[in-house]
Design a protein around this ligand. Structure first.
Ligand SMILES: Cc1ncc(COP(=O)(O)O)c(C=O)c1O
Length: 431
């Protein structure tokens, strides 16, 4: 492959991007992307990159799926914007019914509020939880990532840089430990975490002041951290006992990413509120908060609103994307390809001291990297750059993990090719 550095105008693009795009913005690869198709991204020189990032777990049916493209074009000819406060809009209702049909039984007639991003969906969830319970506190977890708007950020505890200098955020958030450690007994981890929550409830805050507990069924941003099997059922039991609402943030784990339509199916736990985004919009900005009907009924009219939330084009893209996921059995493909990927990653890295752990569910896979000194490798970005040069797009999560979340349409050959490039890049980077 010719290097993208030879593309005319590349230096200028990099220079301007570094200067004109807010410095706070992180970037995983130096690729000058021009288009995407299926599981590949392309640059201007025609170089092709196998994409193990999918716009960070978003393009689940791949880039520019023909049916999604067609749905967007068709919708653009009918109506582009309709503020949902103006009137009734059938495709909105149809989409809510479609998602309700995929969610657990207790969400069969759940009500949705559509927004433009994951962070906004979280904002809706915490407003709803506090408004209907009239309780001020939300419990969240260390390692949680729920977004970057001020409310969602208050619940986030995955990277201290996100909050530096901001001072007081949303009051009434308590963070408690999330039970994840591949080297420790899972049952003990769950017990310690629940004991910690009970301790907080007996000494620091009154249970009558707690509106909800919010949790990612698998923590994303902080390292694809999978909790022990008894954790989420125990959390449900604790919420029932204290009458707290349980909010699941399935923004990254939803729509087949983990080898189930929603991650909650791995543990058969039914929360009270579910937040969705990322893959939900089929590549367009769309998020949603789904709440059980009995909670929805307690919300006052006009308690929340949005100009763009539930945009007709995003709804059309979402609805078609979900149809494709179901019809093409992409949830099952995610499960199978994820299992295959984890198997070969584990086998091929058996003698590699620089890989300390491989884990995942479906196509939500993480590889922990160690340096030659045996300590967590702090520079995974170097591996990402080496992979990009070889035609593979990756991202990171946590302090020292490579994050793998390709489109769910990926084939066995593509899985094997990507794993080969990743392992080569690790070996080449950490000598
Ligand atoms: C679990 C989770 N929650 C919330 C968000 C925030 O979503 P957005 O970036 O669309 O605001 C993300 C984004 O990565 C996420 O992974």
């Amino acid at each position: 492959m010719s290097t993208f550095k030879d593309i005319p105008g590349y230096e200028d693009l990099v220079h301007k991007s570094e200067k004109l795009i807010a410095k706070a913005f992180g970037r995983y690869t130096p690729i000058p992307v021009t288009r995407g198709k299926g599981v590949y991204l392309y640059d201007e020189a025609g170089n092709r990159y196998l994409d193990f990032a999918a716009g960070i777990a978003t393009c689940n049916v791949g880039y520019c799926h023909p049916e999604v493209v067609e749905a967007i074009k068709k919708q653009a000819e009918d109506i582009i914007h309709l503020m949902d406060h103006i009137g009734y809009y059938k495709p909105y209702v149809d989409l809510v019914e479609k998602v309700d049909g995929l969610l657990p039984e207790s969400f069969a007639d759940a009500a949705a509020f559509m927004v433009n991003s994951g962070s906004e969906a979280i904002e809706v969830a915490i407003k709803l939880a506090r408004m209907v319970t009239r309780r001020p506190i939300v419990i969240s977890f260390f390692g949680a990532f729920h977004g970057r708007t001020m409310g969602a950020l208050s619940l986030t505890a995955s990277n201290k840089n996100y909050k530096v200098g901001l001072g007081a955020l949303f009051p009434g958030v308590f963070h408690v430990p999330f039970p994840f450690d591949p080297n420790r007994d899972p049952e003990k981890l769950t017990r310690e975490c629940l004991d910690h929550i009970e301790n907080v409830l007996s000494l620091a805050i009154h249970p009558a002041d707690v509106a909800a507990i919010i949790v990612e069924p698998i923590q994303g941003e902080s390292g694809y951290r999978i909790p022990p099997d008894d954790f989420l059922p125990s959390l449900r039991e604790l919420c029932d006992r204290y009458k707290f609402l349980l909010i699941f943030d399935e923004i990254q784990t939803g729509f087949g990413r983990t080898g189930k339509m929603f991650a909650l199916e791995h543990w058969n736990v039914e929360p009270d509120i579910i937040c969705l985004a990322k893959a939900f919009g089929g590549g367009l900005p769309l998020g949603a908060m789904f709440a059980r009907q009995e909670i929805n009924q307690k919300w006052l009219p006009a308690a929340h609103g949005s100009t763009f939330g539930g945009n007709p084009i995003a709804i059309a893209a979402s609805s078609t994307t979900i149809d494709v996921i179901v019809r093409e059995n992409l949830v099952e493909n995610s499960r199978k390809m994820g299992e295959h990927m984890i198997k070969i990653l584990k086998t091929e890295s058996e003698d590699l001291e620089t890989i300390s752990n491989v884990r995942g569910k479906g196509l939500m896979v993480a590889v922990d990297i160690l340096g030659r000194d045996g300590k967590p490798y702090p520079d995974c970005k170097k591996i990402l750059y080496a992979s990009a040069e070889k035609g593979l797009v990756l991202s990171t999560c946590g302090a020292n993990s490579i994050r793998i979340c390709p489109p769910l349409i990926i084939t066995k050959d593509q899985v094997e090719e990507g794993v080969r490039i990743l392992l080569e890049s690790i070996k080449e980077t950490i000598q």
